[in-house]
Design a protein around this ligand. Structure first.
Ligand code: PEP
Ligand code: MN
Length: 338
């Protein structure tokens, strides 16, 4: 529910309105001052609120329901874009965020070499899977806790913050200690127990869109994390399942402007898992930045042919460097920096 305030209301009137709302239940009040309006966003179960009782209070212009089921993620309650700061690297600001690295961590030499490569190419975060969600239980499942240790070595060598996927709520404490950005993969987008646990931390969460999830479902999953108190959520469009088989998934570019309209949260694109084909990573990245994405998460491998996971969609460090250079003009054209 949103209480639209009169422009000239006094501090006393404002206090009275807040007091009244607080008396009516366990509701969080968020004050929003826009250029043209001033509102109180009410978050929580507002079913016990008598709309008429508030409408007739002095200083209230009108009371409206927020149509969308997501509240904390809704742009109405937070008109400015959210910017998330990770060890001094911001996601959601003017500068594009580039997260790059292999699908999975394979060895110390591999992850450190790729980390150095992507850093010199212009990445500001290192990705690498330690716990891998594989379709087949017989496929490589990741180096698990050893993988996390290797990521920490790569971070020490390069100073790049690390981004890696969590699959189990049991590992939240460990990830909170070891990892800079915790990734929730497409397959776990609606693992609500996991989302709630992550909501109790203060770690930035990179939330990927589920394989067949709607934009609203993605935003509701973000709401699960935010409703527990953690508002550091970064959304990721990574392609959705359609009837098309040529690509691994279908990159839903329209999701970017749609999410930007609906929500204040940063949104990045994963061109690698969207396409499943390395040679499509470059054009899809360019398109993603052109439609307003705040950055990308891209798979880079120093030996794609022998990668333990997703080699076919991984670009080499050399191609990554070229892509970063080619992106400069597009970034400038849409008012961004790289
Ligand atoms: C990944 O980023 O390695 C991954 C498994 O991605 P997704 O969850 O989008 O499939
Ligand atoms: Mn992968």
């Amino acid at each position: 529910m949103v209480v639209v305030l009169q422009n000239n209301l006094s501090e006393k009137e404002l206090e009275n309105i807040k007091k009244k709302i607080r008396k009516l239940g366990n509701i969080e009040i968020r004050e929003v001052k826009g250029d043209k309006y001033r509102i109180l966003g009410l978050i929580g179960d507002t079913s016990s609120l008598d709309q008429k009782e508030i409408t007739c209070m002095s200083g209230v212009e009108k009371v409206m329901h927020v149509q969308e089921p997501f509240k904390k993620a809704n742009r109405i309650l937070n008109p400015q874009n959210s910017v998330i700061d990770i060890l001094g690297n911001k996601i959601g600001g003017k500068k594009l965020s580039i997260i790059a690295g292999p699908c999975s961590v394979e060895s110390e030499e591999q992850i450190v070499e790729i980390a150095k490569n992507v850093k010199s190419g212009g990445a500001s975060f290192l990705r690498g899977g330690a716990y891998k969600p594989r379709t087949s239980p017989y496929s490589f499942q990741g180096l698990k806790s050893e993988g996390l240790e290797l990521l920490k070595i790569a971070r020490k060598e390069t100073k790049l913050p690390i981004v890696t996927e969590i699959m189990s709520p049991k590992l939240v404490e460990k990830f909170q200690e070891d990892v800079d950005v915790i990734q929730v993969g497409a397959r776990n987008m609606q693992n609500f127990d996991l989302l709630k646990e992550l909501g109790k931390t203060n770690k930035p969460i990179l939330l990927k869109r589920g394989l067949s999830a709607t934009i609203e479902e993605l935003l509701m999953s973000a709401e699960y994390i935010m409703s527990e108190g953690n508002e550091n959520v970064i959304l990721c469009e990574r392609g959705i399942r359609t009837f098309e088989k040529y690509t691994r998934n279908t990159l839903d570019l329209s999701a970017i402007p749609a999410i930007k309209k609906l929500s204040h949260l940063p949104v990045i694109v994963d061109p690698s898992h969207a396409a499943g084909l390395w040679w499509m990573v470059e054009p899809l990245t360019k398109a993603a930045i052109a439609v307003g994405a705040d950055g990308i998460i891209v798979e880079v491998h120093n030996d794609p042919e022998n990668a333990k996971c997703d080699g076919a969609q991984s670009i080499t460090p050399k191609r990554f460097n070229k892509l970063m250079n080619d992106l400069k003009d597009i970034a400038t054209a849409v008012g961004r920096e790289i």
